[in-house]
Design a protein around this ligand. Sequence first.
Ligand code: ATP
Ligand code: MG
Length: 421
Amino acid sequence: MTGPVKTYVVGGAVRDALLGFPVKDRDYVVVGATPDQMRAQGFLPVGKDFPVFLHPDTHEEYALARTERKTAPGYTGFSFHASPDVTLEQDLLRRDLTINAIAQDIDGSLIDPYGGRADLDARVFRHVSAAFAEDPVRILRVARFAARFTEFSVAEETLSLMRQMVASGEVDALVPERVWQELSRGLMEAKPSRMFMVLRDAGALARILPEIVALDGVPQPAQHHPEIDTLVHVMMVIDTAARQSASLAVRFAALVHDLGKGTTSTEQWPQHIAHEARSVTLVEALCERLKIPGEVRDLAVMTAREHGNVGRALEMRADTLVKMLERCDAFRKPARFMDLLLASECDARGRTGFEERPFPQRAFLQTVLAAAQSIAAGEIAAAVSAAHPDKPADAIAQAIRAARVAAVAAVMPHKKADPHH
Ligand code: ATP
Ligand code: MG
């Protein structure tokens, strides 16, 4: 070993501190060390491919300075060169964006060979070098950062490089797990619509989520949708969900609830009769393709199917409401039903000028569920099976439903006033 070993903080921690954002986790780069030296000091190697270690006490990540070389399409096709003679500048050069390629040494001074500070000040995402094109995950990362850092825009030269990457088919080599990992993170940021707009501008959205691109320019009735365009609407819905600090499942459901409007025949425009059923089919296929977790998928499918019904809930009869609760498995999964209501509220408010409109359907359906849950199912079952010892199962189900319908009717003042409605 020759030169001294030096350690720097790099990447997101330096960026976020300079922006005045809270720093979550710190990544370090170590220059001048060998893996053996790291192990000798108690660092724990992470995986076998990456020269990355965990600090024995803090468990923070320490990566040996490395260079990368592309060996095959997709993001797995990399070979790493980590050795004590790799410099800090070489390591920073392989990073995605200039704002992520700033290092800070122990006494706080910045090492910023690629102009990261200037781009931070100018609020610009700019790639560090042409090697950006070697990893399509970087397109997803830039899009995700756009959803988080809402004042930033993508440098023109970076956008055109991303377009070239898409045109060369690089994005098609992304594995579904990695796409979902980045998309789900971006959905959880402050303004998720910005991720989709960056992906669209780069041409990547058409490769990853063609179902969303299909909504672009599809008109909706102006009375209910002053924003008209379905893609505009859907982007407003996901940003509404983000403002409500909604869960990932709710945000994803918001994203895909109207996919069926992308396959409405143009003669039907701007009406979208039965788009809910088409949405369900498209959502199921999309979730399969991107290997989206079951819980996230289930809420998305339910929201695609039911969002129109939730919107019409105030006009429904008690037995129709109870059937909806049964279809949604709301008695066994009440929390998921609440998520459906939240996603539907975001749908209703994600429209130009409707942002602050009340959505009484949500509180109403909560009351409806509580009423239907309040019946004494056990007592009803016992009484019915005593009276019909021959064929109890059907009779019990009927009696329970009747009791639920009666309980729901009792919390519907607008219905009681007009029994013939
Ligand atoms: P976050 O706040 O989401 O953690 P981050 O920038 O810290 O953002 P990490 O995934 O933690 O992102 O990665 C740490 C650093 O490693 C990045 O700042 C960047 O310098 C570099 N990096 C990570 N992934 C890539 C990639 N695919 N290509 C190039 N550089 C990358
Ligand atoms: Mg990080």
